[in-house]
Design a protein around this ligand. Structure first.
Ligand code: UDP
Length: 352
């Protein structure tokens, strides 16, 4: 049996970590394709090193392109690889252009596509992640979900029940494994961690400026590992120097995974528009402030552990100072820590 996994971005590498180990443990052949969507050392290589992932069998080096160009180029390159490798299934994670390219290339070469982290939905059709999720789920032969809400979303869209499996969240399992193996203590510290990179925020000068002013006005110490896209936009919109001049805001390059989890585990609160960081923060019992309308994982909101605020400086600053969770902490919404095993079990059952 042979599975071809398509990876392209930082969160993909985190999700691949435990699945790759599970394939290895069972001696299942896995061909790894890196599309090159993320290519900086801090966004790619460092994750392969941390998770001991082998060098990819294929590296497309797609780089920074428009969304359409990156998806199309990846599909073209994948077509050749799929004809050559003839895998039993193609697997990809999440909601990035590499995921959509993998889904379409697989199904058009008549190879079943397996979508891990499907079923997440918002009403925002033109949100890039929404487009990628809907397209990938639509042609997937097998969809793994992080939460029961995601499963229900797929059922509402009449996806046949036998194509859906609630696996739980690989990001949760990678986090818990890392906390334990690295002996990382979790405590409410005296600083805030911020990550901002969604297109809705990073590409909109007014929103980005307001969020940055919110960080400044909160008067907290803020560790801010800056995503390459955000750094470019901060520079282009003339905001970078202003933020740098605030000595309470510690801007750095994106950190490696272990360093980031250590930082997060010791934080008081977290400000983020990331899909992954909001659930890691929740799992680490941090109050999460989200300056974007994308309510992924509504369970965290319903439990009272995150607050969505409009991208307005005063509201961001106030939420950073004031927000405290109100509800019970229920990490089991993201599964029982068996996600990699469930995913590989089901792949074997379906395609061997
Ligand atoms: N992350 C990291 N270093 C950083 C910021 C994030 O290692 O400086 C990790 C984080 O722990 C999480 C993943 O990257 O596992 C989330 O990636 P990102 O926020 O880029 O993607 P999203 O989840 O929004 O798709």
């Amino acid at each position: 049996m042979k599975v071809l996994s398509v990876l392209g971005t930082r969160p993909n590498f985190v999700k691949e970590f435990l699945v790759h180990r599970e394939f290895q443990r069972r001696e299942i052949k896995e061909i790894i394709v890196h599309t090159g969507q993320h290519y900086d050392y801090e966004m790619s290589r460092v994750f392969f090193n941390t998770f001991d992932l082998p060098d990819p069998h294929y590296h497309f080096e797609i780089g920074a392109r428009s969304s359409v160009a990156s998806t199309a180029e990846t599909m073209l390159s994948l077509e050749d690889v799929l004809h050559k490798e003839k895998p039993n299934a193609v697997l990809s994670y999440g909601d990035v252009n590499s995921t959509t390219a993998a889904a379409i290339a697989a199904v058009k070469t008549k190879i079943p596509f397996v979508h891990v982290e499907g079923g997440i939905r918002t009403p925002f059709l033109y949100n890039p992640e929404e487009i990628n999720r809907r397209l990938s789920d639509c042609v997937a032969d097998l969809i793994f979900t992080c939460t029961r809400t995601d499963t229900e979303n797929l059922c509402r869209e009449n996806v046949p029940r036998e194509r859906i499996c609630f696996s739980g969240d690989l990001m949760k399992d990678a986090l818990l494994y890392t906390l334990e193996t690295q002996s990382i203590p979790v405590k409410r510290g005296d600083y805030v961690v911020a990550t901002i990179h969604r297109e809705e925020n990073a590409d909109n000068p007014q929103r980005l400026r307001e969020i940055m002013h919110g960080l400044v006005q909160s008067e907290q110490i803020i560790h801010f590992p800056v995503h390459p896209r955000t750094r470019k936009r901060l520079e282009k919109f003339g905001i970078l120097e202003e933020v740098k001049s605030c000595d309470r805001i510690r801007m750095t390059e994106p950190t490696g995974y272990l360093e980031f989890i250590r930082l997060l585990a010791g934080a008081d609160k977290v400000v983020t528009d990331s899909g992954g960081v909001r659930r890691e923060a929740f799992l680490l019992r941090k109050p999460v402030i989200i300056p974007v309308e994308l309510v992924w994982f509504p369970e965290i909101l319903e439990a009272g552990w995150k607050i969505h605020v409009p991208p307005k400086a005063s509201e961001v600053a106030e939420a950073i100072r004031e927000f405290e969770p109100t509800g019970p902490h229920n990490p089991e919404i993201f599964g029982n820590g068996e996600s990699a095993r469930k995913i590989v079990d089901n792949i074997v059952e379906h395609y061997q």
